[in-house]
Design a binder for this molecule. Structure first.
Ligand code: UDP
Ligand code: MG
Length: 317
């Protein structure tokens, strides 16, 4: 069985069409399937639409508030009962027509089949920051991320179980997919505009996302603080020695205003910057130690997968 999970936030207008397309694709390729929508605290008619399509092979979970797309994906993976799970967006940017290709590759033996977005048609305003993000990310991180490889993918049961084993609260799914490994193949598709509604991402959110991604996946920035400190220390020692010799030879001159201000500013900003990085990690430790549930369910559909039993019914840990 194939499970298709779709995180949705305020996608009321897109849901009926998307659901219909998924159903027709699955009917054509003739495989048992289930579709699970995860309503991530929508404030429009999303939940009403989901109640309408609730049926024998379609179900939904609805969060008590917005917990974020990552939490929605986890909820979907926990509930999914399929031998393979397809994750896709609810705004038609991930074409259901690709589902058959994903399944084809899965049946050819791949555990992760990634649908990679062809970026050529995206506006530059979106392409540039994301390019920057990937360069920064791959420079600092231990896992390699590829631009355009998002959440749209099929993962086998083995991969799902591996991902569910990671207990961390702060989810960075792009990195986690890479981190768990397994054999992976990539298929490409062209970027399409949203069917309706607005993307919830903006440049500031993207920066937040970048910081999340970097600090979730490695501690190299802490190492960078160490090296920065070391370099400044060596430079200071050299400068102090130079001044000492200078004073020994020429005597005390009029104290330099410039050098004092310059070193004050430089050291001050390096310290603040480093504190910020350390704070980022301390914050993460704080969040993780609370060990709160990743999401809270407000309502779930009557639907239950027939060959359930893969998952424990423990949605809120
Ligand atoms: N989404 C979600 N929770 C959020 C933000 C987004 O479940 O907090 C869903 C959204 O409904 C969509 C998918 O995640 O199905 C991708 O979101 P969006 O289209 O806003 O992102 P983009 O395609 O611009 O990266
Ligand atoms: Mg989108």
């Amino acid at each position: 069985m194939i499970s298709i999970i779709v995180p949705v936030l305020n996608e009321a207008e897109n849901i009926p069409g998307l659901h219909q397309e998924i159903v027709s694709v699955m009917t054509i390729i003739d495989r048992p399937y289930e579709v699970l929508f995860i309503d991530d605290g929508s404030t429009d008619d999303t939940l009403a639409e989901l109640r309408k399509i609730d049926g024998s092979d379609t179900g939904y979970l609805s969060f008590s508030r917005n917990f974020g797309k990552e939490a929605a994906i986890i909820a979907g993976l926990e509930k999914a009962a399929g031998d393979a799970v397809i994750i896709m967006d609810g705004d038609m940017q991930h074409p259901p027509s690709l589902i058959s290709e994903l399944i084809e590759q899965y049946e050819a033996g791949y555990d992760q089949v990634v649908a990679k977005r062809n970026k050529a048609k995206e506006p530059l305003s979106r392409r540039l920051p994301s390019k920057l993000f990937y360069q920064l990310m791959n420079f600092t991180s231990t896992v390699h991320l590829e631009d355009g490889e998002g959440d749209f993918r099929l993962i086998s049961r083995k991969v799902v179980d591996a991902i569910l084993m990671l207990s961390e609260n702060n989810r960075f799914s792009k990195g986690i997919f890479e981190w768990v490994g397994f054999n992976k193949t990539v298929i490409e598709f062209n970027h399409i505009e949203r069917e309706s509604g607005n993307s919830t991402f903006n440049p500031l959110k993207l920066l937040d996302y970048a910081i999340d991604g970097i600090s979730a996946f490695n501690h190299r920035p802490l190492r960078a603080c160490f090296y920065l400190g070391l370099v400044v220390l060596l430079a200071s020692v050299a400068y102090i020695l130079y001044m000492f010799v200078n004073i020994a030879i020429h005597g005390v001159e009029v104290p330099g205003y410039f050098t004092i201000i310059a070193s004050l500013l430089l050291l001050g900003s390096i310290q603040l910057f480093s504190l910020g990085i350390i704070g980022e990690y301390v914050g993460r430790i704080y969040i993780e130690t609370k060990n709160r549930p990743k999401y809270i369910i407000r309502e779930s559909s009557a639907y239950e997968a027939e060959q359930g039993g893969h998952h424990e019914k423990q949605y809120t840990r």
